[in-house]
Design a protein around this ligand. Sequence first.
Ligand code: C2O
Ligand code: CU
Ligand code: CU
Length: 509
Amino acid sequence: MNRRSFIAGATAFLVNSTMLGPSYAQNSANNRPRLRMPPLLDATQTGRVDLTAQFGSTAFFEGASTRTIGYNQGYLGPAIRMKSGALGARLTNALDVPVTAHWHGLLVPGEHDGGPHSAVQPGESWSADMQVEQPPSTAFYHTHVHGRTASDVYAGLAGVIHLSDDRDEERGLPSVYGVDDLSLVLQDRRFDTRDRMAYDLSMMDVMHGFAGNVMVVNGQINAVAAVPKGVTRLRLVNGSNARIYTLFLSDNRPMHLVATDGGYLERPIALEKLLLSPGERAELLVDFGDGRSVALKSDGDPNQGPMGMMGRMRGAMNRVIDRSFTVLDFAVDESLPVGIDVLPDMLDGAMPDLGDTDTLTRHVSLDMGMGGMMGPGMMGRPGSGMMGPGGTGDTMMGTMGVFGINGRPFDMGRIDFEVGLGTTERWVVESPMLAHPFHIHGAMFQVVREDSRTPRPEHTGWKDTVLVTGQSELLVRFDRPASANIPFMFHCHILEHEDRGMMGQFTVT
Ligand code: C2O
Ligand code: CU
Ligand code: CU
């Protein structure tokens, strides 16, 4: 029998899944694999990162191999540790499809950013000699070839970056890699009845984004993370194609948020729940000093579930449709050294404060071409990008899957905005239907309002990606250049939406 940490609400075709009761995790904890960290690629001394995109074969379930891809290994890539300063990166493509290495969260010029204009053909390589100059943070890297980002990230082309300044000990933050400083790449994947990872898109998968039925953390299923009997730092990366997590701990102990996408906060914020959408990162401190085991859990994805799209409509916006599920189990291992046993009360991060700057306002509407799906009340929003009147099944199939921004699907040959280098702009981002994680390359921003309210606590630090559930107002600081040849992207980080056109590009000069 298979052992699965399955995700509720997405398991219809998995007949075995109901065999796993809630006590399953405890009963079998002893036979479960220990969570592994990605291998560490330490570039802090060498200033060099060499990646090869390569084929692999991964048995997520014993005896059932799936063809996967990864950077320097069969699935996912190493954890890259780097510091500010000169960094020489090189990507070699040993696959038979084009790839890139996009540094999601690094503030580097467009030509080094690894976006769709920097696609590396099979057998070729790409180099970026970068100057990295930004505060410590947890970033993300992944392939970004237009039209195939979703399938290739799904198959494994993604990894985590630690930008470090070697001062975490002074900050009182856990920093021993794999002991009290854990990197967790959260992904949901879909496994077929033969336990192989599958990526078959239905119409619903394209609309809502592809959701899996099994949790995969660092490329492993059903693993248990061993932690010392003290304070542990969790660097969370949502590396899922589409799933939005609402994370909490099974005994409701607080999670102390210390960093968001752009780095440290001023002081930790105790959270009961953490919203983490695709592309976002968060660093949490969790105190395991009582020695008890605890599970990191998530509520259902607000974009998924039996009610589907309708669940997102007015009045039902925050309704959680499917049940909660376990993301990862933690067990205290008393043989591990305890580095930190007191939570720090101050950090040295700077909170964004762009409020007084002179700004230009831009409107960004994340559009789904699905006029045919919607009732009359949802139609007729000017500029919402509906493609045709729809109404029949055929038209529905024809119009779904054409997504855009401000009514236009992405075009590699069109520059959507020209932004002034060194300026701050106010971007008003609208998600008329689903919740969309909105990401901007080459810039960090402050969330000033969301749905006419002050932002949720986890959105108060510097961000490069944020979930927009209705309307969010962002103040964006642009201080890295990008030319029309290799512009920066802005897009929905639900990868199925991005690939189908919910993306735009801009220059910064
Ligand atoms: Cu994480 Cu444009 O991407
Ligand atoms: Cu990015
Ligand atoms: Cu989207």
